[in-house]
Ligand binder design. Structure first.
Ligand code: FE
Length: 191
């Protein structure tokens, strides 16, 4: 495995954030860095790409020491998907393998709903989606492949394993949750 692509991405994004980049600049320049990272997939250890039959998995790849951003890999088995959820921070999602389906929602009468379905689209290999409270933050993501594994790289403006965010029921009622990383061997200060 050649870790250089991930190392270069982390180095580049760290420098970008050190420079004081705002969300617009992060989406512009960070997106270019992420596009470079997902242009090839041989840097991700194969063991991480193994799906879990029970649920999609989230593997932490890097967390900024000051928790200004984190990088994780999500692995989707056939038919697996998330509940409707938000992020509360900026996020960039790039598809490394396979294909993902993204259903977007808004809270028309925030913060108590109801949820209104918006755009539905699919991301193929190399495609990148952006989320944040300023551009649209609520969606549901699933594997678009009925018979294959999909893998995506997620970059968020915080430690995904510590962010307190919301999942939503069909009526728009919010339930707080914190993401658990797949590996119990990674120390997570939020747990
Ligand atoms: Fe999401």
């Amino acid at each position: 495995m050649n870790a250089d692509p991930l190392r270069n991405f982390v180095r580049g994004l760290t420098a970008l954030i050190d420079s004081g980049a705002d969300e617009v600049a992060i989406f512009r320049d960070g997106r270019t860095l992420l596009a470079d990272l997902i242009a090839r997939d041989d840097w991700l250890p194969e063991a991480i790409t193994e799906p879990d039959p029970a649920s999609y998995r989230i593997h932490l790849l890097h967390c900024d020491p000051a928790r200004r951003f984190s990088v994780s890999a999500m692995v989707w088995g056939p038919g697996q998907g998330t509940p409707i959820h938000d992020h509360t921070v900026w996020g960039m999602v790039g598809v490394l393998r396979g294909r993902e389906r993204c259903e977007e929602f808004t809270l028309r009468f925030a913060p108590d709903g109801p949820l209104v379905p918006e755009d539905v689209h699919e991301l193929g290999r190399g495609d990148i989606d952006l989320v944040s409270p300023t551009i649209g933050d609520i969606h549901r993501v699933s594997n678009a492949l009925a018979d294959g594994v999909s893998v995506s790289i997620h970059v968020y403006g915080g430690d995904l394993g510590a962010l307190i965010r919301s999942r939503y029921d069909a009526g728009g009622a919010a339930l707080p949750f914190v993401t658990s990383y797949a590996s119990c061997l990674i120390p997570n200060p939020a747990n």
